[in-house]
Design a protein around this ligand. Structure first.
Ligand SMILES: [Zn+2]
Length: 511
């Protein structure tokens, strides 16, 4: 039994991946995914199938197992990727953080669970703002450790304020829990006297989101794996964030951040070596998208021929996990008009349509208008006769990929039939993470000829038991999270950047 005084550790965070081209989001959007105050954090983090971010669960897991400690939970705000946080909400959140930290009494550490690609209205570096606020209150001697999403856009402030930055190393992100555990272990090392030193280098490399997978055969995964081979007594952490282009900030660009246990020179040298390796491999960050016409032809072929292996089509351009509205109709309309059969479309975001179907009831047939209340330019209305097959209150526990062992809330939802296509319609905008979303409606992608998901890549972890990579087709249609980066009107993203500007050059810092 340990006799040391329990460590008092504050827990807080702001987690929003911001697509600058999407509309601002406020408190309701954070409530939709998870807005936790005070003890609500502790309660949810310690329950089975939690709702709260895996990083916080992992931090609690290690701390709970290590020694008596006293969590000082303050606030954690997590939204599905969206536009900038409304200024009023973000400022209120900062006030809650400031107030909580000031009233906390003596703290021994702070864990920040942050996304790192945030924007707030009028604030292009809200993540750096949170980090600076924390450091300003606790002072230079209290360990401050933050975890980041792999898609974080890392600012200078985000490196200079905390002691350690830890980003995910998997995409799809199946290591959130492990990174939270790592944050706790690093904090314990700091309690035992380690004084980490960080080095960070940003490359002018903004990979289209579909090129940032970490599986074998992908350049980004290769670079992350190279970084992981350098961990040891000297090097505590290597975090290589691919960034999130659609934030459109001056901090966009792949960033290599190395934390050494004692020696700044070792962190500097390794960050430089990895940046050189990453830059040398830049030409592999190319997309291989398939036109809508080709997708439709392929879907029709497999839906008519049971001897052909079934296919999964994904829509990276309307990915709610990248700020998309989850409701464009390009693929749905093309597949419906072509007569694609035995097809599951998962999931379509349209609260108004769910209300209409709920009022009509199971078995009812009516003329549905998709996007009757949506104003986004990409989310065109589409009318079709549908039958209501199922209704749901929209809560289930996941078993696969990023949904595994987590409570998923999709809001009131329904299953509609449009000819040979079954469409799952939801009312809390999000991407389809796994076959669990289908199973909740009695469906199985393995039994369908064609599955369509509105997701860039996180679905891969939740469908990999059915679809090997060569049976996943990335459809090239318009949208808020299109991988055709040259179609956006960038205002802040530094140019030139590779691969948008093939002439981009970069020189490593002096050794
Ligand atoms: Zn991410």
């Amino acid at each position: 039994m340990s006799t040391e005084t329990p460590k008092r550790i504050a827990i807080l965070g702001f987690s929003l991946e911001t697509n600058r081209f999407a509309l601002p989001c406020g408190e309701q959007e954070f409530r939709d995914r998870g807005l936790f105050y005070g003890d609500e954090i502790t309660k949810d983090a310690r329950r089975p199938a939690p709702l709260i971010h895996g990083g916080i669960c992992g931090f609690f897991k290690v701390m709970d197992a290590h020694a008596p400690w006293e969590p000082v939970p303050i606030v954690f705000a997590n939204a599905h990727p969206n536009g900038p946080a409304e200024a009023s909400f973000f400022n209120q959140l900062l006030d809650t953080m400031r107030d909580g930290l000031e009233k906390a009494g003596k703290l021994d550490g702070v864990y920040i669970c942050e996304h790192g690609a945030g924007l707030a209205e009028g604030n292009d570096d809200p993540d750096g703002e949170v980090f600076a606020l924390v450091r300003g209150i606790v002072g230079p001697d209290v360990p401050v450790i933050a975890t980041l999403d792999l898609h974080a856009n890392v600012s200078e402030r985000m490196v200079s304020e905390p002691d350690v930055l830890i980003s995910y190393i998997t995409n799809p992100h199946v290591d959130k829990l492990e990174r939270g555990e790592e944050a706790a272990r690093c904090m314990i090392e700091m309690f035992n006297g380690v004084k980490p030193k960080m080095a960070s280098i940003r490359l002018p490399l903004v990979g289209p989101s579909v090129t940032l997978l970490t599986a074998e055969g992908h350049p980004y995964g290769d670079l992350i794996r190279l970084g992981q081979t350098k961990l040891g007594p000297d090097i505590m952490n290597v975090s290589i964030t691919g960034g999130f282009a659609y934030s459109d900030t001056d901090r966009n660009g792949m960033t290599i951040t190395v934390t050494a246990r004692e020696d700044q020179a070792k962190a500097d040298a390794l960050a430089r070596d990895l940046a050189i390796a990453g830059w040398a491999d830049r030409e592999r960050y190319q997309t291989k998208m398939t036109s809508l016409d080709d997708c439709t032809r392929m879907a029709l072929e497999v839906s008519k021929d049971a001897n052909k292996p079934n296919l999964l089509f994904c829509d990276p351009a309307d990915n709610p996990g990248g700020g998309g509205r989850g409701n464009t109709t390009y693929i749905l309309k093309a597949f419906a008009e072509a007569g694609v059969e035995n097809c599951i479309f998962a999931v379509f975001n349209d609260p108004a349509l769910v209300e209409r179907a709920t009022a009509a009831g199971v078995g009812a047939r009516f003329k549905a208008t998709f996007n009757s209340e949506e104003t986004n330019e990409f989310s065109l209305p589409f009318e079709a006769d549908v039958t209501v097959e199922r209704l749901s209150d929209g809560e289930f526990e996941g078993t696969l990929g990023m949904a595994k062992d987590r409570t998923i809330q999709i809001g009131r939802s329904c299953l509609l039939r449009l000819g040979g296509i079954q469409i799952i319609v939801i009312s809390i905008r999000q991407q389809c993470l796994s076959n669990d979303f289908l199973a909740h409606f009695g469906l199985d992608a393995a039994a369908a000829r064609v599955t369509v998901v509105k997701s860039r890549g996180h679905f891969r972890a939740g469908f990999q038991h059915i679809f090997p990579p060569d049976r996943i087709i990335e459809a090239d249609v318009p949208g808020l999270s299109s991988n055709n980066l040259l179609t956006f009107q960038w205002k802040n993203l530094p140019r030139p950047v590779y691969p948008m500007d093939p002439e981009t050059t970069w020189e490593p810092p002096a050794a």
